[in-house]
Design a binder for this molecule. Structure first.
Ligand SMILES: [Zn+2]
Length: 79
């Protein structure tokens, strides 16, 4: 069963929920290799385990969005 991940992008003010199976998500690793060294782009949960429910991911996404003054949305490709 796929898990949910939340990607935050500070400069773009975007918070996007992905499934672990999404090609953009890649199990929380993203498409960039040095994702953990980039402070502008983060994946949650940071331990790479993923959220088991969309509700859980939504809660995190909305909280992050408030902190970054961003908008949260679901990935149009995978969800
Ligand atoms: Zn996606």
């Amino acid at each position: 069963m796929p898990y949910y991940f939340v990607h935050t992008n500070k400069p773009n003010r975007k918070v996007v929920i992905h499934l672990s199976t999404c090609s953009f998500c890649n199990n929380g690793n993203g498409v960039q290799k040095k994702i953990h060294g980039d402070s502008n782009s983060k994946w949650y949960p940071q331990d790479g385990t993923g959220y088991s429910t969309l509700e859980e991911a939504l809660t995190v996404a909305q909280k992050s969005a408030r902190q970054l003054n961003a908008i949260s949305q679901c990935c149009k490709v995978c969800i």
